[in-house]
Design a protein around this ligand. Structure first.
Ligand SMILES: Nc1ncnc2c1ncn2[C@@H]1O[C@H](COP(=O)(O)OP(=O)(O)OP(=O)(O)O)[C@@H](O)[C@H]1O
Length: 675
C-alpha cells in the first residue's frame, strides 16, 4: 500500500508537472514543428510541486512509448497486495493529439514531442512518464498500451481504473470512447473505437473462450455496470431507463467551448463489476468466486481562460467544473500524504499507547459485534418458515407456537430496560436459532454468511489482544449510550475470505440488501397486511461505527419482535379472528369477551408493527445524529417494550380464555358429536 501511495503521489505529480509545463508559454517558443491550434495559448504555467520528472527516482520501463501533454491517462490498480502486477500500481500515459491544419491567429504556439518511449519534452524541459502515445498513434495502440493490462488485471481479480484528464479538446473522449457514431452504429468502421468498447469486446471474447475451453470448470460470469455523470455538482444516471433507450454516452451533457465544438461538460464514470464463480462446490460446501471492478473516468476538460479573454463570462457550469477538478487535485494530494498519518498511528499503537489501543479495539469489537448481530438477524429472517399472507387456507393455532412465543416475549419483557440481556439470550443456547454464533437450524449449510468489508477493523483488533481492557471500555460506554454489548457468548467473526464465498441460494442473496460496510441506513419494507417486516441495512453515511453500534441491536430486536408478531397474526385466521377449539380445531362461538380479546390482540400486534415501522422511518429520515438519535432509539425501545408487555398479557388472557372455555374437552360441536 505504501508503495502504491508513493507511486500515486509521484505519478500524479509527474503528470501535473508535465501538463503545467505543457501549458507554459515558455515552451511555445521551443519548436514550431508540431503546432497545435487548439493549444495556441494557455494559462501561465504553475509548475506543480516538482519540475522535470527526469530528475526523480527511476520508474519501471513498463510501457515505453512517446509523450504528450494534453491527455494523460492513468491506469491504476488499487490493491494493497499486487504480486501479479508490476512494481508501480499507478501509471501515467500521455497521448498527443494530432495537430490540425487550422489557421493560427499568430499567437505563440507550442508543442509536445516524444523524445523516448517513456519521455516527452516541451521546449527544453523533459518529463518522464510511463508511456507515450504520439500523434500518430492509433486507437488500437492506445488499447494495447492501456486497455489490455486492465483486462488482464480484472480477470485476475484486481480492480483497475482508467482516468483521462486534459484540457478541453485534447482528445480525452476520443481516446476513451471514440467518436459516438462509431459506438452506436455497428456497421461503422471499428478502427475508431476507443479504449472502452475495445476493452469490453476483448473481455467478453475472453470470457466466452474461457468457458468454451474449460467447460468442466463450470465457471459463470456476471457483469454489472453503472454509468454516472457528474454535472454541476449533480450526479445523474446515464442508464436511467426513462432516458433515450439507455444510450448512455449520448445522454451526456455536451456544449461548445472555444476548444471543442462538442465538448463534454460533465465528468462521467463508467463502472463494470465482473463476478466469476465456479458452480461446483468443494466438500465443505464452498465455491470459489472472484470479483473485480473496472472503472473508466472521463473528466470534462477545462477551457483555456487566456484564450477566451478576460471578458469571457465564466458560467456556473464552468465554475463547477473547475472547482471539481481542483478538488480532485486536492484529493490526490491528500491520498498521497495519507500514508504518513495511517503509519504514525501504527507506531503510536505499537509503542504502547493503551488508550488508543483500547479505543481501537473498542471500535473494532463493537463493529464486529454489530456485524455479527446483523448477520444473525438476517439469518433469522431467512430461516423463518414462509407464511402465505394472502392464503385463504384455514390456519390453526398451535399451542406450541404460543408457548414459544410467550417464552420469547417473557425474555423480551424481562429485558425491556436494557437490550443487553436479550442479546445474550439470543446468542445463548436456549433454543433460539443462534448459539455460539452458529445458527442452529437444519438448513444450516444453506445459510448465507454475510461478510462485510471489515479489514481495517480487524487489523486493529489483531493489534489489541487485551480483551479485558476492551471489555471495561465497553462496559463504561454502555452506561452512556445504546450500543452493542460485549457478549462472552458471541463467537468472534472470522476474517472474510474474499476469494471464496459460501453457497448462497439466489433467494437468499436477494434478501441480503447491501449489508453495511460503513454507516447504515435503515429501510423498512412491509409485506402486505403489515404482518411481516424486513429490515434492510444500507450503507449511506460516513460514520460506520456509530451507526452500526446504535442501530444493529435495535434492528435485531425489532426483527425478532416483529417475527413474533407475525407469528401471532398469521396463526389467527384473518377473517374470523375467533378462538379455535383445541379439540376439533374449528372456530368456537365463544362469548363476546373472548372474541374481543382475539381482536384486540390482532390490533395490538398490528399497532406494534406499524409503530415500529413509523419509528424506524423516523429514524431513517432523521438528519440528527449523536445523542438525539440515541434518545430516539431509547424511547422507541421503551415504547416497544411496553407494547410487548401488553401483548404478552393479552396472549396470557387468550390462553387463559382457552383453558376456561365452557368445556376443556372441546366446544359445543365436539360435545354434541361425542354425545
Ligand atoms: N488522436 C486523435 N485523432 C483524431 N482526432 C482526434 C484525436 N484526438 C481528438 N480528436 C478529435 O478532436 C476533437 C476533440 O476531441 P475530444 O472531444 O475527445 O476532446 P476532449 O478532450 O474530450 O474535450 P472536452 O474536454 O472538451 O470534452 C474531436 O473531434 C476528436 O474527434
Amino acid at each position: 500500500m505504501e508503495m502504491l501511495r508513493r507511486n500515486l503521489k509521484r505519478q500524479a505529480s509527474r503528470s501535473l508537472s508535465a501538463l503545467a509545463a505543457a501549458t507554459s508559454p515558455r515552451a511555445a517558443a521551443a519548436d514550431q514543428e508540431n503546432l497545435h491550434p487548439n493549444l495556441a495559448s494557455s494559462p501561465p504555467a504553475s509548475p506543480a510541486k516538482t519540475s522535470s520528472a527526469k530528475d526523480r527516482s527511476p520508474r519501471p520501463k513498463q510501457h515505453p512509448t512517446a509523450a504528450a501533454p494534453q491527455t494523460a491517462a492513468a491506469a491504476e490498480d488499487d490493491h494493497a497486495v499486487t504480486p501479479a502486477v508490476d512494481e508501480t500500481s499507478v501509471k501515467v500515459v500521455v497521448r498527443v493529439r494530432p495537430p490540425v491544419s487550422l489557421p493560427t491567429d499568430g499567437k505563440d504556439l507550442w508543442f509536445v514531442r516524444k523524445t523516448s518511449p517513456d519521455c516527452v519534452a516541451v521546449g527544453d524541459r523533459a518529463f518522464a512518464v510511463d508511456g507515450v502515445l504520439d500523434d500518430r498513434a492509433s486507437q488500437a495502440d492506445a488499447f494495447d498500451m492501456v486497455g489490455l493490462p486492465m483486462i488482464e488485471s480484472a480477470l485476475a481479480g484486481f480492480n483497475t481504473s482508467l482516468v483521462c484528464y486534459g484540457q478541453s479538446g485534447t482528445g480525452k473522449t476520443y481516446t476513451m470512447w471514440g467518436p459516438l457514431a462509431a459506438m452506436v452504429d455497428s456497421a461503422s468502421d471499428q478502427t475508431d473505437h476507443g479504449v472502452v468498447p475495445r476493452v469490453f469486446q476483448d473481455l467478453f471474447t475472453r470470457i466466452q473462450s474461457s468457458q468454451e475451453s474449460s467447460p468442466d470448470k463450470q465457471i459463470s460470469y456476471q457483469c454489472r455496470c453503472s454509468f454516472l455523470e457528474v454535472h454541476n455538482e449533480q450526479i445523474n444516471d446515464l442508464l436511467e431507463p426513462s432516458q433515450r433507450d439507455l444510450q448512455g454516452l449520448s445522454n451526456r451533457k455536451v456544449g461548445t467551448t472555444s476548444m471543442n465544438l462538442k465538448s463534454s461538460r460533465s465528468h462521467v464514470v463508467f463502472t463494470c463489476v465482473i463476478e466469476a464463480w465456479s458452480k461446483g462446490f468443494t466438500s465443505n460446501g464452498f465455491s470459489s468466486s472472484r470479483t473485480s471492478r473496472i472503472t473508466f473516468v472521463d473528466l470534462a476538460g477545462p477551457e483555456n481562460d487566456e484564450l477566451d479573454g478576460a471578458a469571457k463570462h465564466c458560467t456556473k457550469e464552468e465554475r463547477h467544473l473547475k472547482k471539481s477538478l481542483s478538488k480532485l487535485g486536492k484529493l490526490v494530494n491528500i491520498l498521497s500524504e495519507a500514508p504518513e498519518f495511517e503509519k504514525d498511528e501504527l507506531v503510536r499503537t505499537k509503542s504502547g499507547d493503551t488508550i488508543a489501543r483500547k479505543a481501537g479495539y473498542f471500535r473494532a469489537q463493537t463493529a464486529r459485534e454489530s456485524l455479527h448481530s446483523l448477520r444473525v438477524s438476517l439469518n433469522r429472517s431467512l430461516i423463518l418458515p414462509h407464511i402465505e399472507i394472502d392464503s385463504e387456507e384455514e390456519m390453526e393455532v398451535d399451542e406450541e407456537d404460543v408457548h414459544e412465543l410467550c417464552d420469547q416475549i417473557n425474555k423480551l419483557h424481562s429485558s425491556s430496560d436494557t437490550f443487553d440481556d436479550f442479546m445474550d439470550a439470543e446468542s445463548g443456547d436456549d433454543g433460539t436459532p443462534c448459539s455460539n454464533g452458529t445458527p442452529k437450524t437444519s438448513e444450516e449449510d444453506d445459510q448465507p454468511i454475510i461478510y462485510a468489508n471489515e479489514s481495517p477493523l480487524q487489523d486493529n483488533q489483531k493489534e489489541a489482544p487485551d480483551h479485558t481492557d476492551a471489555n471495561e471500555v465497553l462496559a463504561s460506554d454502555r452506561k452512556s449510550s445504546l450500543s452493542i454489548n460485549s457478549s462472552p457468548r458471541l463467537s468472534p467473526m472470522h476474517d472474510p475470505t474474499l476469494c471464496s464465498s459460501p453457497k448462497i441460494h439466489n433467494r437468499a442473496r436477494k434478501s441480503m440488501t447491501s449489508p453495511g460496510l460503513s454507516p447504515s441506513k435503515l429501510r423498512v419494507s412491509e409485506s402486505p397486511g403489515d404482518r411481516e417486516m424486513l429490515i434492510h441495512v444500507e450503507i449511506v453515511q460516513s460514520d460506520p461505527l456509530y451507526n452500526q453500534a446504535s442501530l444493529a441491536p435495535l434492528t435485531h430486536w425489532l426483527q425478532v419482535s416483529n417475527e413474533s408478531m407475525a407469528k401471532v397474526n398469521s396463526a389467527i385466521p384473518e377473517d374470523e379472528r375467533t378462538v379455535l377449539c383445541s379439540s376439533c380445531k374449528k372456530p368456537v362461538n365463544t362469548n363476546e369477551n373472548q372474541t374481543e380479546s382475539a381482536e384486540k390482540q390482532i390490533v395490538v400486534a398490528s399497532n406494534v408493527t406499524k409503530s415500529a415501522s413509523a419509528s424506524l422511518k423516523n429514524v431513517n429520515n432523521s438528519e440528527a445524529i449523536g445523542s438525539k438519535r440515541e434518545t430516539e432509539l431509547e424511547a422507541l425501545c421503551k415504547e416497544q417494550a411496553a407494547k410487548i408487555k401488553e401483548l404478552s398479557i393479552l396472549i396470557d388472557q387468550l390462553r387463559e380464555g382457552s383453558k376456561d372455555s365452557p368445556d376443556s374437552n372441546g366446544c359445543d360441536n365436539c360435545r354434541r358429536t361425542k354425545q
